[in-house]
Structures are given as structure tokens and as C-alpha cells.
Design a protein around this ligand. Structure first.
Ligand code: GLN
Length: 261
């Protein structure tokens, strides 16, 4: 597979090689000669390594998320979840407590905490690598004191209630085809969820009603064919699911609100 964004990839690698931002590359450095280190970066990209692993970070919503092998690279599609949350809390003080189940490098949690400076958050992940990245990212963004990051198995050890619950679980079916960037480089534990890709929704969704505060919302990322199946699991837990679409017009998230008492 060739890159879908070869020009952008090359720009990001050149900016990295020059030690400048992407914006400054385009504004000030387009005529600069390529540094010697550039060729090695291109070689890595030609071997399908994700650009974000090579440069060490990816922009997501308003924040920069440090990443590397062992954590899922933030996707623009996942901003659909933040948009759904922003729409829900529009005109209010915003969520007080945020929970990110399977936070990886902290993508959704840190974007939410940057959006609502008065909020605190809990992030749970089963991977120590993810915890390390999330801790460093929280510190780099200056919001370490607002996050509580824990190693855990989904919501099993969690108590209390949250105004906003975000979750991008693994949802790829074991037999599904993936491009080499994802298949050969990203962590399988963050991608695959049983034969139908639904195993982790089955584990997470039953806990949502007890974790959701009155007036709160849970937003789960889904694969674009999974809207019906995940909605059915939500209804089975007594929730009232609503689909949200990504910029490509495909179903990308299922949300459920907890009515106010
Ligand atoms: N959207 C990712 C992909 O298809 C999958 C992420 C996930 O399983 N949560 O590459």
C-alpha cells in the first residue's frame, strides 16, 4: 500500500529533520537543503512505519500527543467523540469528571481536559507502555495534576460517577484486513477484539449505567459497520444510543446520555 498522503508525510518528516514546526517549514524553510538525517526518515516511512512514530507525535484536537511503538496513533476520526461531547456540554459549565477507558497515550482524555480546564480525569489502560506515554503527555501539556492514570482492566476496579466517559476500544475483527502501517506497527491489543470486533464493547457497556452521572454522556468509538451491533448492546444495558458520524459521513461513535434525576 502506498501512503494516502505522500506530500504531507514528506513535509512532516522534513520538518522533523530540520527541527521546525510543520507551519514554519511551509512559511520559512521550503527552500532549505534537506539535512542528511532526512533520507533515513524516508526509508523508515517506505517500510510503512507510521509518520507519527517517526516524528514522535501527532496533533489531535487542540493538543499534541507523544506516541511511539506500543501505543495507538491518534486518528482524526476519533475527534468525532470530542465533537459529540462538546455538543452535549455546550452552554453548560462542562463536565466535572472525565473518564477515558483504554486511554492509550491519553488521546481522548487529554483533549477533553484541554477543552474543559475545570475538569479532572481518570484514565485506565491495561498497558504499561500506554501509561508511560499518557503520563508524559499529561505532564508536557501541564495538566498532570488534573489526571489520575491507572493500570486496569476496563472499568472493573472503578467506583464513583463521571460526567463524560470516552472510550476508543479495540474493535477490529480478527480476520479483517489492515494496511501495513497498522498491521505491522501498531499494538494488536489496541486493535483486535475477537471474531466480530465486539468483545470489548461487551465488557465495557454493562458498566456504563453505574459509572454515568445524571446529565452525563458516554461516547464510544466504533468501526463504521458496527453502529447497529453496538447500539443493540447499549440498549441491552438500558441506555438510549445515538450515532455520530465522522467527517467522511460514516458512523464513528455511539453516544448515550444519562437523564438528570
Ligand atoms: N480506527 C483504527 C483503524 O482502523 C482502529 C482503532 C481501534 O480498533 N480502536 O486503524
Amino acid at each position: 500500500m502506498t501512503s494516502a498522503t505522500p506530500r504531507l508525510d514528506a513535509e512532516l518528516l522534513m520538518a522533523h529533520a530540520l527541527g521546525v514546526s510543520h507551519q514554519d517549514l511551509l512559511l520559512k524553510h521550503l527552500g532549505d537543503p534537506a539535512p542528511a538525517s532526512f533520507d533515513a526518515l524516508v526509508e523508515r516511512r517506505l517500510a510503512h512505519e507510521p509518520v507519527a512514530y517517526i516524528t514522535g507525535s501527532r496533533g489531535f484536537w487542540t493538543v499534541e500527543i507523544g506516541v511511539g511503538p506500543g501505543v495507538l496513533v491518534p486518528r482524526a476520526d476519533s475527534e468525532t467523540l470530542i465533537e459529540a461531547a462538546v455538543a452535549h456540554f455546550a452552554g453548560s459549565a462542562g463536565p466535572g469528571r472525565v473518564l477515558d477507558l483504554g486511554m492509550g497515550p491519553g488521546t481522548l482524555l487529554l483533549a477533553a481536559l484541554a477543552e474543559w480546564p475545570g475538569a479532572t480525569g481518570v484514565g485506565v489502560d491495561a498497558s504499561d507502555t500506554a501509561l508511560d506515554y499518557a503520563r508524559r503527555n499529561a505532564a508536557a501539556l501541564g495538566i498532570a495534576e488534573r489526571v489520575d492514570l491507572r493500570r486496569g482492566d476496563w472499568a472493573t476496579d472503578l467506583h464513583g460517577q463521571f460526567d463524560l466517559i470516552l472510550c476508543n476500544p479495540p474493535y477490529i475483527g480478527v480476520g479483517e484486513e489492515l494496511g501495513p502501517e497498522v498491521r505491522d506497527h501498531e499494538p494488536p491489543a489496541a486493535l483486535f477484539a475477537g471474531a466480530d470486533g465486539l468483545d470489548d464493547y461487551r465488557r465495557v457497556i454493562p458498566d456504563l449505567p453505574r459509572l454515568l452521572a445524571p446529565g452525563g454522556i458516554a461516547v464510544l468509538e466504533i468501526g463504521w459497520t458496527q453502529g447497529e451491533a453496538v447500539s443493540a448492546l447499549m440498549r441491552g444495558a438500558g441506555l438510549d444510543p445515538v450515532l455520530h458520524h465522522d467527517l467522511g459521513g460514516r458512523p464513528r461513535a455511539v453516544a448515550a446520555k444519562m437523564p438528570r434525576n
